[in-house]
Design a protein around this ligand. Structure first.
Ligand code: B12
Ligand code: SF4
Length: 531
């Protein structure tokens, strides 16, 4: 049974271990619940701020003290394919050494590194599942009616797989959790929410594609958050820390490898600018000067330019003129006025995920970018005084990459360097980690690269090789290029990759990069299938 008298509810939010990224998800959930049920007692417990050896004891102590009857576990990330040092080493380098190195010693090093990584990956998975089980058992000893509910970014992506290892009765939630928590606390039916109950119900077909509830977000009340989360100050101490603030939810695009648009939905829901500013102001008054707008995209499409302008203007009007902020930016949606405001309000880092510098490939990947417009807007941004770091995310070899399209990407990248300065443009070379529920997954099924029923969480070498998307015929070529880049200078991997590619293949004319040939019948069929 569950208490419908909200006075009896004691909700404990446990952010599972994670690199020190501000736990904005649980903060927003706790704030939402408090606004609806001010009498419900809540507590935030962030394992991201606890040393690993203390996880189990710290969780027990917290439960012993608080005696919750609703345990909200938030799990942020699981996937570790990144071109940078991850928690167990550099995953991309290990995998590439193992798959592509010709020198047996390097291959062996890759295999050992890969095993170490796999061990740390599975250890983290089991450890987190263990923490959920342990927490639930402990809380039930005090209050047998206690329920556990798990959600967060990692659960949203792997909800089908994670349920298999969780205790019966655990609620597994996809995407936003606000309405689900509301229903639970009221003791109402929640079967229409994006969730399922382990051992009782199965995830509905296409559950993740269901639309999130349209809730109107108000400024988070940080006085309240501080009162239920004494360790909040931990995040205020480090001056380099970027605190998350969400300004909108949803992304209308259809990029073939991306699951954000599914998790958050295609419908963009703007948080009112006054509320966002009121939230930032509370953090500002506590000394915070660095903000990360955690939106899937800060300016998802041209029609949201006015909203971005309104927000940035209101930030200035509120007197926050000495802040820095960062975000994912679709640089095709800028105007000179917006560029000026971006520079003026202190944007000092942004990531553009164009994926390729070849318009033809950008179109094939359904990204909706016009690369010529991106360049024009970047020139406006520079003219407006932006003089900081831009990370340009490239993922080679996604669909139909050729030597020609690589030459075009180099031409495009060199043009960005001309605009911002070579030292200011950081090429972040990713290889796509294939994710479930994406068009790319459908494409992999069609091409017989993966079979339905595969385990997207597996890190076994034969599966990981396919999930770390780098198919032949160019797979081995990229493998060798990357290995050479790590050998030359592991600390400047992206730039080295670009240099080696240019040495090997040369550079196209910029115009070739910007012009996408008319779609052939064969391509059209492929696109129709992928969508
Ligand atoms: C912004 C962002 C970043 C920023 C964060 C900046 C910052 N200072 O906060 C940056 C660029 C730094 C980043 C980095 C990484 N990220 Co990131 N990031 C995101 C993004 C776009 C938004 C996350 C966010 O803050 N949203 C806003 C908050 C309010 O939402 P939320 O935390 O998800 O919480 C909501 C729901 O999840 C839910 N919820 C949360 N907990 C719970 C619990 C319960 C019980 C319930 C019911 C609901 C619930 O309700 C909350 C409120 O609505 C997501 C993708 C996405 N669109 O969700 C990826 C995402 C979280 N990132 C991901 C990953 C993998 C990473 C990296 C590990 C990548 C890498 N390999 O290097 C790194 C490193 C992170 C680290 N821990 O060190 C993955 C995690 C899943 C996975 N694949 O494992 C995601 C989901 C993207 C993806 N599809 O792959 N990221
Ligand atoms: S624009 Fe970004 S968030 Fe939106 S679908 Fe494409 S990759 Fe995903």
């Amino acid at each position: 049974m569950y208490y419908t008298d909200t006075m009896e509810n004691k909700v404990l939010y446990v952010r599972l271990p994670c690199n020190p990224i501000f736990p904005i998800g649980v903060v927003y959930l706790a704030d939402h619940v408090h606004k609806l049920f001010p009498e419900a007692e809540q507590r935030i417990f962030d394992l991201g701020a606890v040393p690993p050896l203390d996880y189990r004891t710290a969780l027990n102590n917290c439960i012993d003290k608080f005696k919750p009857n609703l345990l909200v576990f938030s799990w942020r990330d699981i996937q570790i394919y990144a071109p940078v040092g991850g928690r167990g080493g550099n995953p991309l380098q290990n995998a590439f050494e193992f798959y592509y190195a010709k020198n047996p010693l390097i291959k062996l090093r890759g295999a050992v590194g890969g095993m170490r990584l796999a061990a740390s990956y599975y250890t983290e998975l089991w450890r987190n599942i263990g923490l959920i089980k342990q927490g639930l058992k402990r809380a039930k000893a005090y209050r047998p009616e206690t329920r556990a509910i798990v959600g967060g970014g990692a659960v949203s992506v792997f909800y089908e797989q994670l349920g298999r290892s969780l205790p019966t009765g655990t609620i597994v939630s996809v995407g936003e959790g606000e309405v689900l928590l509301e229903r639970l606390i009221r003791g109402e039916d929640f079967s229409d929410q994006r969730c399922y109950v382990v051992g009782e119900t199965s995830p509905r077909d296409r559950l993740i594609h269901e639309k999130p509830a349209p809730i109107e977000k108000t400024a988070c009340d940080y006085d309240y958050i501080n009162s239920i989360w004494p360790e909040f100050v931990y995040y205020l101490q480090d001056q380099d820390f970027y605190i998350g603030v969400q300004t909108k939810r949803g992304c209308p695009h259809n990029c073939c490898y991306c699951v954000y648009t599914v998790i958050e939905g295609k419908q963009v829901r703007i948080n009112p600018a006054d509320e966002v500013v009121a939230e930032m102001k509370q953090l500002y008054d506590r000394g915070i000067r660095n903000f990360w707008f955690t939106d899937a995209q800060f300016i998802p499409a041209r029609k949201y330019i006015d909203d971005a302008v309104e927000l940035l203007q209101k930030i200035l009007d509120a007197g926050m003129d000495d802040i820095h902020w960062a975000a994912y930016i679709r640089a095709d949606n800028l105007t000179p006025q917006l560029c000026e405001l971006m520079a003026k309000t202190g944007m000092n880092y942004f990531e553009i995920g164009i994926t390729s510098g070849s318009q033809e490939l950008v179109r094939k990947m359904r990204m909706g970018y016009n690369l010529r417009v991106v360049l024009e807007n970047c020139r406006d941004l520079k003219a407006a005084g932006f003089n900081d770091l831009v990370s340009v995310n490239y993922s080679f070899n996604v669909i139909d990459e050729t030597y020609e399209t690589i030459r075009q990407t180099i031409a495009y990248h060199r043009e960005l360097e001309k605009i911002f300065g070579a030292d200011k443009v950081e090429p972040a070379i990713f290889f796509i980690g294939l994710q479930p529920h994406t068009h790319l997954e459908d494409y992999a099924f069609e091409k017989d690269i993966l079979k339905p029923g595969y385990d997207p969480m597996s890190l076994m070498p034969w599966t990981a090789r396919k999930l770390l998307w780098n198919p032949e015929p160019l797979g081995a070529f990229f493998g060798e290029v990357c290995l050479e880049a790590w050998q030359r200078n592991p600390n400047n991997f992206g730039r080295e990759v670009m240099a080696i590619l240019e040495e090997k293949l040369g550079c196209a004319e910029l115009n070739e990069a910007l012009s996408a040939p008319i779609v052939s019948q064969e391509d059209r069929e492929k696109l129709v299938k992928v969508n």
